[in-house]
Write a protein that binds this ligand. Sequence first.
Ligand code: CA
Length: 542
Amino acid sequence: MISLKKQAYLLLCAGVLALTACTSDTAADPQGSAVSSLQMMELNGKLEAQPHDPHHGAAYEVFVYSFCDSDGDGTGDLQGLISKLDYIQDLGFDTIWLMPVNPSDTYHKYDVKDYFAIDPQYGTMADMEQLLKETESRHMQVLMDLVLNHTADDHYWFTQAHDYLKELPADWQPSSDYCPYFDYYHFSRERGEGYVPLADTNWFYEARFWSEMPDLNLDSEKVRNEIAEIMRFWLGKGVAGFRLDAVTSYYTNNTAQNTEFLRWLCDTGKKIDPDCYFVGEAWTEMNNYAQLYQSGIDSLFDFAFADSSGIIAGTMKNSYGLDDYAQALVKEEKLYASMNPQYVNAPFYTNHDMGRSAGYYAGDDGKLTKMAQILNVMMPGRVFVYYGEEIGMKGAGKDENKRAPMYWTEDPDAEGMCSGPPDMDEVKMKFPALDEQQTDPLSVYSLVRQALKIRNAFPAIAEGTTEVMEDLCTEETAVILRKDGSHENAMLVFNGASAAEVHTGNQYVQLRAVLTVDDSTVELKDGVLQMPPYSMAVLTEE
Ligand code: CA
């Protein structure tokens, strides 16, 4: 059943998206007539975004720190992000995943000092409320990063517990009656695995990532009550859901306990708001994270396809064939559905912890970078794209380099440009800055925007399940059907390094959308599809 809120959302989308589709094409439209004859622009230009399930859209991961600076201090902020909402929406995203915005002493802010406030570097609560209001008026959603494995060591809960233990006589037993926060973390007089010494005491505490990130005691009823209040607070402000950080670390590598906790978390969130959406970061093998779907969580990031060693990059490097890519989709869809029939996959290609994808392919002139983006954007579920990937930014090695300033323009001193994390190395870019790419219909940016446009025009791509046309698949070509029972069925054809002739037959006879990595064309005649190297086509029945 679709809730009333969702129905209203879908109706609104129908109007707004049609409007957006009609008005937003100018951003990437070429200035010369030579380029406007590109088949990709012509054919895809006829597409209009269709209403879709709100959990099956496209999400843009934003590191506010490095995104857009509104006040000239070199650090990105919420007002900067607000000024770029048109950009994000025009690209085809309906959702923003905000990396942590709560007060924190680190630049990345994955150690929260106060779950109910906004870091002053980023702005104020009024700025956050404005962001939520402006996204709502655009029918966009905001997902907040919810970091529950640990807090900052200068969080009030931890400093209170620390002060209490400093004063506690050595022969006394601690009691949460005297200090409720003693119960919030794992303190022990024995040094267990993952424990570190608590300063000025004979105690130890669990801090698996870093001594300044004490692990929360998620068994504590008091902690769970706090978490419920945190969710209530932000859902009340208009946040649509949460990205859950470090899920496998809640109970370190204990899948059964992590599943139980996720079940409690999701049930609690959905009691507050039935449409509340959760996506978990469980950076582990597919068979491990798939188990967590048994909690009822909406989504888990699809790590198997991501990163330089994942299925997408592996397909581009010929470690796998395109037929393997197609079969891997079917395999994971069956696996996830067996754990939670309502699951929504969360495919992504890179994130803030991974080297950027433009660095994955030595000697690539852009074709592999673009084709890989296509393989990601066309995956079912709610697709996530890390800021800057849409222009093929570079950044690898230390984490700071993976979080370099959004490359709006070549001039680092231009308005809006951020200075980046303090310890970042100089990151040399491979592709031009956004403003230059926006004028080029063959840029990485234009390709990603076209890919999202196609995804939004055929909701079966996101909401359907994958059927592989095995007879038509080769290492170099994948042909799949996506059907969801309520939208137009779509045949997706992906082609690799060589031109290919695909006998698509007499059922899927309409060539509706194409993606090419250069100015070559796709032809369909009498049930035979001619695909140039590195291309993709969408065929429909009528
Ligand atoms: Ca700023």
